[in-house]
Design a protein around this ligand. Structure first.
Ligand SMILES: NC(=[NH2+])NCCC[C@H](N)C(=O)O
Length: 401
């Protein structure tokens, strides 16, 4: 995969399940939701999203199904169980009981438990001090309600996949699941892994494939400069890119990832939040010398900063990157940015999935010649993620020419 807009062939989604039923007004902030979604409706919305993709010829892979399939593989099981109990809250006795509980589960039930979490009263054989002191509403293994944002836990560059290292404690275990999937599922046999969960923080929502050979990586609340640096070294050494634009973004919830501010909708066009369009800067990172065998020691050349739009056009070898604004006036723009108006998923050049609620932005896209496939996201949106966050493209057709 070398672009954000080549015709989408295969995508990894996760239909939200019982893990969303774990959200309460007491835990939703910590679990990174802005409310308590109506789960059945969120599932309907997600089904409609998946149908919009399959109707247009996209193969949809489901993370939970692949995970259930891979939970029959002993090494995959032990890796994800180890990650689930690697939690200092547990202590040795509870860790042991939890390991035993999970190890006894059939593949499908294990996959469910890893995603939905294990509540205090669901643990068979729970005992010991940590267990007895734990409140009834607490989780021995916390749920993963953000798993539906498959964009963040892995990202493909070319034919390789980067299993990411998620920054927020509520999400860091997600990449243990994607790591197991890519390492052990026959569907991904032979795929090289470009990154790993123990490395510097890096999330897929911050990685944009601007054009073949050119990546933009947002650095802010989630991805660190260290993460961007390691990814850059690795993509250069493996010949997957020649330029990485490192783009600092405000460290706040509204702009948690670069893809909350801008996404590609055509080979030379982005939808972008106008409040930042003028001030966004980029550091241009390229390989600084010979490419050694050990990717992590590649010299880097760092230039800039420069206005992002200028740096991007230069790196992409085009005169100008066209920008379509989110909203029209600043208030509408702020509202539609918050509701993921910028977070579109391109199915092909000039064809993108967007939330229907962002009517002003969608009209601007249509006026600019971008066909919008509108989906509803009233419940899905409470997790603050749109069509791009909810999808991990696995295969796109190369761009013509
Ligand atoms: N690529 C994205 N913009 N992902 C959105 C993730 C939303 C999720 N609730 C979080 O806070 O992590």
């Amino acid at each position: 995969m070398t672009s954000e807009v080549g015709r989408l062939r295969t995508v990894l989604l996760h239909r939200p399940g019982a893990e969303l039923r774990r959200l309460t007004p007491r835990n939703n902030d910590q679990l990174l939701f802005d409310g308590v979604p109506w789960v059945a409706r969120a599932q309907e919305e997600h089904d409609a999203f998946a149908a919009a993709l399959t109707d247009r010829g996209v193969e949809v892979l489901h993370l939970d199904r692949l995970l259930a399939e891979v939970m029959g593989v002993p090494t995959a099981r032990s890796e994800v169980i180890a990650a689930a109990v690697d939690d200092p809250r547990l202590g040795a006795t509870l860790r042991h009981a939890t390991t035993a509980h999970l190890s006894d589960l059939a593949p499908e039930d294990l996959a469910t438990a890893l995603i939905t979490g294990v509540a205090h009263d669901e643990l068979r054989g729970g005992r010991g001090l940590a267990y007895r002191l734990m409140g009834r509403g607490e989780f021995v293994v916390p749920p993963l309600p953000n798993l539906m944002f498959t964009r963040d836990s892995s990202v493909w560059v070319g034919s390789q996949v980067a299993v990411t290292s998620l920054a927020m404690p509520a999400r860091d275990r997600e990449s243990a699941l994607t790591a197991a999937l890519y390492a052990h599922h026959p569907r991904f046999a032979g795929v090289d892994q470009l990154y790993g969960p123990q490395l510097e923080h890096l999330e897929g929502g911050d990685v944009l494939l601007l054009s073949p050979g050119v990546l933009a990586v947002g650095v802010g609340e989630r991805t660190t400069a260290g993460g961007a640096e390691r990814l850059a070294r690795r993509v250069f050494a493996r010949g997957l890119a020649r330029t990485v634009l490192v783009v600092p973004i405000a460290q706040e919830r509204a702009t948690m990832h670069l893809d909350t501010i801008c996404t590609m909708v055509d080979v030379d066009a982005m939808v972008m939040y106008p409040a930042v369009a003028g001030s966004l800067q980029a550091w241009t990172v390229t390989a600084g010398g010979e490419l050694p065998d050990d990717a992590d020691t590649t010299e880097l050349s760092v230039e800039g900063p420069q206005p992002f739009l200028t740096a991007a056009a230069t790196a992409m070898g085009i005169d100008r990157l066209r920008v379509i604004d989110t909203g029209l006036d600043p208030v509408t723009a702020e509202r539609e940015q918050w509701d993921d108006g910028n977070n579109t998923l391109a199915l092909a050049p000039r064809l993108a999935v967007a939330y229907e609620r962002n009517t002003v932005t969608n009209a601007a896209l249509e006026a600019a010649g971008i066909e919008v496939v509108a989906i509803s996201g009233s419940e899905l949106g409470s997790g603050r993620g749109g069509p791009r966050c909810m999808s991990c493209p696995v295969l796109r057709e190369p761009l013509p020419g």
